[in-house]
Design a protein around this ligand. Structure first.
Ligand code: AMP
Ligand code: MG
Length: 342
């Protein structure tokens, strides 16, 4: 299959979207930019389109998809009922990087929800994503547009690298502003529960809802006997080919430890780390400020494969700061929970 990669900006006219809209209406899939990461979009109500998403990504079929809508009112079509909490969250964070889980309406097929009775819904803030949803007239299931297991794509080129020949069309809308996937919260249980941290932070959610539980899988590996409340968390995730190890400790101790390795070993460090004492090659992945780290994280992990790194030691972000949950959650999974202290 030939994969077309087309640049679209918000100034472009609706005609520019024709090809993508036609593909979506014909149950095909399209790579689209969102403010979090690039998504692989297809009609969320079409089992054929949804099966194409799973096939193109090589995604396990029990890993549910997030359904994207262009405005709040479209949620009523997808869920059984919209509770007060969902309205308050949407008012504050939509359009934006928050996904809300609720009991699904009958018309949402089980293939979209990974056989669950609930559905995940998000209204993205990216203008191109919202226009594509509006113009197609469809709710769009759109998981991250990477091969399953790889770091999520934050540039159209990342989508092309992973899915070239597997999907017909990619919209290049520039780099993603946020760089990590949406925050996922479920309102389908007794209490609101954070399933996946993102750039809408725990503190911000608590500010709107009062109490929010944090799912154990946010910062811990799933025990083999547990069922995942967020199925995506049980899979190996975000991993480059290089073996990733997170290293806790001062930068001096970090350098002393990693300098013993050869030059196929890389370091991923903070922008403010001064490198005179570092003897191995390195990538700076951002200032220790959390949104900056989130923005560059996946691109840095992909960079390791491009340069042929065998392993990489990564500076551990401050885990006292709850705003770092999103970056920590992704890094811990990229490292298979491999953390050492120096
Ligand atoms: P991705 O689209 O790749 O960002 O992954 C979406 C993630 O959202 C999945 O891996 C799940 O962990 C989570 N998710 C989606 N739908 C549900 C649902 N109905 N219940 C719980 N978690 C969900
Ligand atoms: Mg994903």
């Amino acid at each position: 299959m030939n994969t077309e990669l087309v640049k679209i900006t918000i100034e472009d006219s609706d005609e520019k979207f024709n090809k993508a809209v036609e593909l979506l209406r014909n149950e095909e899939v399209v790579g689209m930019p969102t403010e979090t990461v690039y998504g692989l979009a297809g009609n969320a109500l079409s089992p054929l389109a949804v099966s194409r998403i799973f096939e193109a990504k090589g995604r396990p079929t029990d890993n549910p998809l997030i359904v994207h809508i262009s405005e709040f009112s479209e949620i009523y079509d997808l869920v059984k009922a919209v509770p007060e909490e969902a309205k308050r969250l949407a008012e504050k964070f939509w359009p934006g990087p928050l996904t809300i889980i609720l009991p699904k309406a009958d018309k949402v097929p089980y293939c979209t929800t990974g056989n669950l009775e609930t559905v995940a819904v998000r209204c993205p803030s990216h203008e191109i994503a919202r226009r594509l949803i509006k113009l197609s007239g469809l709710p769009l299931a759109a998981p991250s547009a990477n091969l399953s297991g790889k770091p999520s794509p934050t540039k159209a080129d990342h989508v092309y690298e992973d899915l070239k020949g597997r999907i017909p069309f990619i919209i290049d809308g520039g780099d993603c502003a946020e760089g990590v996937e949406s925050t996922v919260i479920t309102l389908a249980g007794d209490k609101p529960r954070l399933l996946r941290p993102g750039n809408v932070t725990l503190n911000e959610l608590v500010g709107v809802l009062g109490e929010v539980e944090v799912d154990d899988a946010v910062l811990n590996p799933l025990k083999s006997t547990e069922t995942a409340s967020s199925p995506g968390m049980k899979y190996k995730h975000y991993s480059p080919d290089a073996k990733i190890t997170l290293v806790k400790g001062s930068f001096d101790a970090f350098c002393e430890f990693v300098n013993a390795f050869d030059n196929k070993t890389y370091a991923m460090i903070f922008n403010e780390d001064s490198v005179e004492n570092l003897k191995i090659p390195y990538i700076k992945y951002g200032f220790a400020d959390y949104k900056n780290l989130a923005h560059n994280l996946f691109d840095s992990l992909r960079e390791l494969d491009k340069i042929g790194a065998k392993q990489c030691f990564v500076r551990y972000p401050d885990d006292e700061n709850k705003d770092n949950l999103a970056v920590l959650n992704r890094l811990l999974r990229a490292a298979g929970f491999n953390v050492i202290e120096v």
